[in-house]
Design a protein around this ligand. Structure first.
Ligand code: SF4
Length: 307
């Protein structure tokens, strides 16, 4: 039977039934974002057994956490023993290349032997399109990972949400296209995020200041005492650089310095952390409009074929 998107919902549910573990439920990864609420509903309407888990990073947008609490009371919250800022005091700030927080907070929770469900989609990034398939193996555990909405577009996701009248996080109506940790190295508009959530801004600044002060006055390999370098002469400069997302003029030259403050691992693989951004000019209503245009195009094309 054809559903709203051709047969995408039906296909997603068939795939899920095909890989459904015999003696246990699916291990569902739920973030509270738009893709998560769609995949959760797809399993629910297909009557497919699952337990949903939310990996809390402790720098999550508060609106998102409140949304999950209010509308998805069945989700299991995985709360880390050591919160992000405490861990970052030891490991340094994360960078695009060294996203230690992903493995710490997002990836290392699922036990081996689970069959996992993700709402990941290829449309989110070219890298994701290359590395994720409907069925893949988890890089750490080797578990099966099923991504039944991998080929859904943004507009299809929004259309599904609208057609099912699903509640979604208010941040989407405020211009956020994707949701993720506040101040994430992958975020394209960290400055905006800091203004928006000043308590997180204070915590990020404190982290940079502490990391800086811990290094200041230490003896370098060349025997000289360290008081800053040619790129940053203060923690404020380093913090501004972090917010800007700019590459340093010679990143290789000072990678050692970055590593000093950020002892992250370069996982070299795609993971569950999105590039997330804010774009006031492109809210979900526009995504819906695109969807309607697509449908009109499609019906125009088919009537042309039939005539
Ligand atoms: S979303 Fe960003 S800050 Fe959060 S865990 Fe992933 S890389 Fe780290």
């Amino acid at each position: 039977m054809k559903d709203l998107f051709g047969d995408k919902v039906t296909r997603a549910q068939e795939l899920l039934r095909q890989f459904q573990p015999k003696d246990k439920l699916y291990y569902g990864c739920f973030s509270g974002g738009k893709d998560s609420i769609v995949i959760k509903d797809v399993l629910h309407t297909g009557n497919i057994g699952v337990i949903w888990h939310l990996n809390v990073t402790t720098i999550d947008p508060p609106e998102l956490m409140r949304f999950v609490k209010k509308h998805h009371g069945d989700v299991v919250w995985e709360i880390p023993k050591i919160p992000f800022f405490k861990m970052a005091e030891k490991r340094g700030f994360p960078t695009r290349r060294g996203r230690w927080c992903c493995s710490e907070y997002k990836e290392d929770h699922s036990p081996r032997g689970e069959v996992m469900v993700f709402g990941v989609r290829a449309a989110e990034s070219p890298r994701r399109a290359k590395t994720w398939k409907e069925v893949t193996a988890h890089t750490r555990t080797g578990n099966y990972v099923i991504s039944p909405i991998i080929d859904w577009t943004d507009s299809e996701v929004w259309q599904y949400i609208k057609s099912r009248n699903l509640p979604y996080c208010e941040l989407y109506d405020q211009g956020f296209k994707r949701l993720g940790c506040v101040g994430c190295p992958m975020a394209s508009n960290k400055k905006f995020e800091m203004q928006r959530w000043p308590h997180y801004e204070r915590a990020w600044k404190r982290l940079f200041k502490n990391l800086w002060e811990r290094r200041t006055g230490t003896i370098q390999r060349n025997g000289k005492t360290w008081f800053g370098n040619k790129y940053w002469s203060s923690w404020e400069g380093m913090y501004e650089w972090y917010l800007s997302g700019r590459q340093l003029p010679n990143e290789n030259e000072c990678q050692g310095l970055i590593d000093y403050f950020s002892s992250g691992n370069d996982t070299g693989t795609d993971n569950q952390c999105n590039d997330h951004d804010y774009d006031a000019g492109n809210t979900y209503q526009e995504e819906l409009a695109e969807f309607d245009d697509d449908r009109e195009d499609a019906s125009g094309r088919s009537s042309g074929l039939n005539s």
